[in-house]
Design a binder for this molecule. Sequence first.
Ligand SMILES: CC(C)(COP(=O)(O)OP(=O)(O)OC[C@H]1O[C@@H](n2cnc3c(N)ncnc32)[C@H](O)[C@@H]1OP(=O)(O)O)[C@@H](O)C(=O)NCCC(=O)NCCS
Length: 166
Amino acid sequence: MTTRVLKSGTEIEIRPILPEDTERLAEFYENLSDKTIQSFYRCSIPKKQLARKEKIVQECNQNSEEYFRTVALCNDKIIAINMIIQIDRFSGEYEIGNLVSDEFQNMGVGSVLMKEMFRRVKKNHACLKLIAHTTFNNYRARFHLLKFGFSLDNIIDEEFVWVCTV
Ligand SMILES: CC(C)(COP(=O)(O)OP(=O)(O)OC[C@H]1O[C@@H](n2cnc3c(N)ncnc32)[C@H](O)[C@@H]1OP(=O)(O)O)[C@@H](O)C(=O)NCCC(=O)NCCS
């Protein structure tokens, strides 16, 4: 577990997701706004579906080099998740995504998670292609990806595809 202090002085903890996080993860999904869900998934998904018990249990028990979730916590509540998912074993392509709870957005949490993800990736892999998707009007996510060295690779069906080689 790693502790980080945000610009506001708030202390957060960063660690891999654990099997005992099911209730925390359900609460995290239940509190997301429709706008944040739409920004992350690029479509509307009912919260009930996101917080479905079997899905939550799977997400809390799935961590491996092919599918890794890191969570940020504040006062023992999950406030953000970073996901890194292997797309292709042979080409070393991974899809990444950051999802920060509404009340913690724009406070530096996504940046802390991104730095932690790059630290893990560089430690565990020789060469990786990281891929992220955003909608055109998700300016915060676009800025966030550019800040961390991603560049625009393609536009498919009005979705932006971002790439960063590590
Ligand atoms: C996108 C997201 C992951 C970023 O995480 P975050 O914790 O909010 O971001 P941070 O606070 O670390 O950094 C945001 C940066 O964007 C800047 N920013 C915020 N809104 C912006 C905008 N509309 N246009 C340009 N820059 C903007 C901030 O000034 C900040 O820059 P700085 O680090 O130089 O100060 C988070 O907001 C989120 O989960 N959004 C909803 C889901 C989503 O879109 N996920 C991305 C899928 S890849």
